[in-house]
Design a protein around this ligand. Structure first.
Ligand code: GDP
Ligand code: MG
Length: 188
């Protein structure tokens, strides 16, 4: 099934000059770049991308509490407060650096892009994934320094968020149509 997904290279990926290497991973797996831009966004826009989803906030808080408990520290804040703090750090981070945004198209694009980027925390990401190969950050370090996790990339999670995010970042006119030379082999 041919799908489209939204991928972002976060500021750490750009500062570390990894734009080319990151895009190459997707292209090598057969995903086609059909829209591409480098630019900056403000915090309000970043907040639209990472919309305030209560379940996500609660989940981040619960994860954090558990991690601290394992270290013998009892966090007193509500889960949602911890979630809000993490989201706020994330929005500050995205609003204060350059971002490459792109739409990728291809077989199972949403699942394949998620597989290529790896799990959220670079420390735990498979070494063959972008986050595991090019990054080493952890929630621990991010929390200790009160900043966002530097995990290089974003890729849409499911078809609903892919649709919403593509519409947020690009107009229809900015998405181009062309044929890759290996398309007949990959897409037949
Ligand atoms: P992703 O889809 O793998 O990027 O993960 P999410 O959509 O769940 O989270 C969005 C971003 O928030 C991640 O890429 C991280 O930068 C950050 N993040 C997610 N979970 C945590 C967490 O438990 N602690 C911290 N510090 N940051 C987190
Ligand atoms: Mg996500």
């Amino acid at each position: 099934m041919i799908e489209r997904t939204l991928v972002l290279i976060k500021p750490d990926g750009i500062y570390r000059a990894l734009i080319g290497k990151i895009i190459a991973q997707f292209e090598d797996a057969g995903l086609k770049v059909v829209a591409l831009r480098i630019g900056r966004v403000d915090k309000e826009f970043a907040g639209k991308h990472y919309a305030e989803v209560i379940e996500w906030l609660e989940n981040i808080g619960a994860k954090s509490k558990l991690a601290y408990k394992e270290k013998g520290i009892e966090l007193k804040e509500e889960n949602i407060e911890i979630g809000r703090r993490v989201r706020n750090q994330l929005l500050d981070y995205l609003a204060n650096g350059p971002i490459v945004s792109m739409v990728l198209e291809g077989n199972h694009a949403i699942y394949i892009a998620r597989k290529i980027i790896g799990v959220t925390e670079p420390r735990k990401a498979d070494p063959s994934s972008i986050r595991g190969k090019y990054a080493s950050d952890s929630y621990d370090l991010a929390d200790a320094r009160q900043r966002s996790t530097k995990n290089l990339v974003h890729a849409s999670e499911d078809s609903e968020s892919a649709k919403r995010e593509i519409e947020l970042w690009f107009t229809k006119n900015e998405i181009v149509s062309y044929k890759r030379s290996d398309e007949d082999i990959m897409y037949e």
